[in-house]
Design a protein around this ligand. Structure first.
Ligand code: KG4
Ligand code: ZN
Length: 365
C-alpha cells in the first residue's frame, strides 16, 4: 500500500510517499525557517500562507522523487493536529481535495504519535518495523511537546509526564533568543556547546528535587524549563559575552536541559519496568542528548531506539507511515474530520502495536 503523507502543522511543508508503513520512497521537506527567523518564532498566519504557496510543488516533488504517479497512491494521510490551526487547515484541505479527486482513502493522524512512529522509520539496524518489546517508553521532545509516554502491549498509551510550562525545544529556542543566536535555537546551541567548556554556570534542573526544594511525587515525570530559562536570562543580563564565554554558557545550558530529560527518562524506565526506550522529536537531533541517552541505555541495559535525525524534525514520512497502520486496522477518516490545536488526553489505540501475540515470558504489560 502506498500512502502519500502531508505535514503542515507548524513551519515545515512536507510530503512523503511510504510503502507499507516502512519503505520511504521520498521524503520532501520545505522549511520556512528563514521566513520566521526575523520574528524569533513561528507566526501562524505567515506559516499558513507559505504552506499554501508550497504544498502543491512539495507534493509534486515527492511524487517525482518516488517515481510514483498520483494514480498509484492508495491513500492520502495528513497531520490533523496538534498544531497551528491556520497551518493545519492548508494541509488538510489539500489532502481531502486530493483524496476526493483520486477517490482514495483519506486519513488524519496525530502529529505527536507520528513523531513516535518516526523512531521506527528508515532503519538499517536490527530495530524491528514496529515495537516488539513492551511496555515501550517514548520520550517525545520537540518544539511543541515534551512528554514521556508508556505504550503497552494492548495498544493503550499513557502520557505519564509532560511539561508544566515550556517544551524542551522552546527552552532551546528561547535561550537562543536571549543570547541573540537566531531561530531555531536548538541546532545553534548544539553547535556552539561543542566548543564550550561546561562547568562555569550552575543552571537549575527543574523538577528534579535539587536546589533544596523536595520534588513532589506527582511531578516525578513532569518537566519544567521556565526556571533554567530565567536563570540564563539573569546570568547573561547586562553582560557582553566573548565568543568563548558564549560557548561556555551554551554548553552549561544544554547540559542542564539534557540532564533533566535523561534523568526523567531513567526514572520512568525504572518505575515502569521498561526494557525498550525510544526517543523522537526535533530535540533528539541534539548530539549531547543522543550521547547521554546512549550511555544511560548502556548502563541500565535498555534497548534504545533513537529516531534518525531526518525523522526527528517535522516530516511527512512519519505521517504516511503511521497512517498505513490505521488503514490496516480500521476504516479511513471521514472527509469532515476537523483539525485540533491541542494534544487530546486520550491518544486512542496505538495502531502500530502488534496485538494477539502473548507477551514473551508472560510480561506484565
Ligand atoms: O519536531 P520539530 O521539528 O517540530 C515540532 O513538532 O515542534 O522540533 C523543532 C524543535 C525546535 O525547537 C528546535 O530548536 C529543536 O527541535 N531542535 C533541536 C536541535 N535540532 C532541532 N534542539 C536541540 N538540539 C538540536 N540539535
Ligand atoms: Zn513535530
Amino acid at each position: 500500500m502506498i500512502v502519500l503523507g502531508i505535514e503542515t502543522s507548524c513551519d515545515e511543508t512536507a510530503a512523503s510517499l511510504v510503502e507499507d508503513g516502512r519503505r520511504v520512497l521520498s521524503n520532501v521537506v520545505s522549511s520556512q525557517v528563514r521566513l520566521h527567523a526575523a520574528y524569533g518564532g513561528v507566526i501562524p498566519e505567515l506559516a499558513a500562507r507559505e504552506h499554501l504557496r508550497g504544498i502543491a510543488p512539495v507534493v509534486e516533488t515527492a511524487l517525482a522523487e518516488a517515481e510514483c504517479a498520483v494514480a498509484s497512491i492508495d491513500a492520502v494521510a495528513v497531520t490533523a493536529g496538534p498544531g497551528l490551526i491556520p497551518a493545519l487547515l492548508v494541509g488538510n484541505a489539500y489532502a481531502k481535495g486530493l483524496a476526493a479527486a483520486r477517490g482514495c482513502a483519506f486519513v488524519g493522524v496525530n502529529h505527536f504519535l507520528a513523531h513516535i512512529y518516526g523512531a521506527f522509520l528508515g532503519r538499517e539496524d536490527d530495530v524491528p518495523a514496529v515495537p516488539s518489546s513492551f511496555p515501550l517508553l517514548a520520550l517525545v521532545v520537540s518544539g511543541g511537546h515534551t512528554a514521556l509516554v508508556v505504550i503497552r502491549r494492548d495498544g493503550t498509551a499513557e502520557i505519564i509526564g509532560s511539561t508544566l510550562d515550556d517544551a524542551a525545544g522552546e527552552a532551546f529556542d528561547k535561550a537562543a533568543k536571549i543570547l541573540n543566536l537566531g531561530y531555531p535555537g536548538g541546532p545553534v546551541i548544539d553547535r556552539l556547546a561543542r566548543q564550550g567548556r561546561p562547568g562555569t554556570y550552575d543552571f537549575p534542573r527543574g523538577l528534579t528535587g535539587g536546589g533544596g526544594r523536595p520534588l513532589k511525587p506527582e511531578n516525578r515525570f513532569h518537566f519544567s524549563f521556565s526556571g533554567v530559562k530565567t536563570a540564563l536570562l539573569y546570568a547573561v543580563r547586562d553582560r557582553e559575552l566573548s565568543d568563548s564565554e558564549l560557548a561556555d554558557v551554551a554548553a552549561d545550558y544544554q547540559q542542564a536541559v539534557v540532564d533533566v530529560l535523561v534523568t526523567k527518562t531513567r526514572w520512568a524506565a525504572e518505575a515502569y519496568g521498561i526494557r525498550t526506550v525510544c526517543a523522537c522529536g526535533g530535540v533528539v537531533c541534539n548530539s549531547r542528548l543522543r550521547a547521554e541517552l546512549e550511555s544511560a541505555a548502556a548502563r541500565a541495559g535498555w534497548q534504545l531506539i533513537l529516531a534518525a535525525p531526518r525523522y526527528c524534525t517535522d516530516n511527512a514520512a512519519m505521517v504516511a507511515g503511521l497512517a498505513f497502520h490505521y488503514l490496516r486496522r480500521g476504516p479511513a477518516s471521514c472527509l469532515d474530520l476537523g483539525v485540533e490545536a491541542r494534544l487530546p488526553r486520550d491518544l486512542g489505540r496505538i495502531p502500530f502495536v502488534p496485538t494477539g501475540a502473548p507477551p514473551p515470558g508472560g510480561g506484565k504489560s
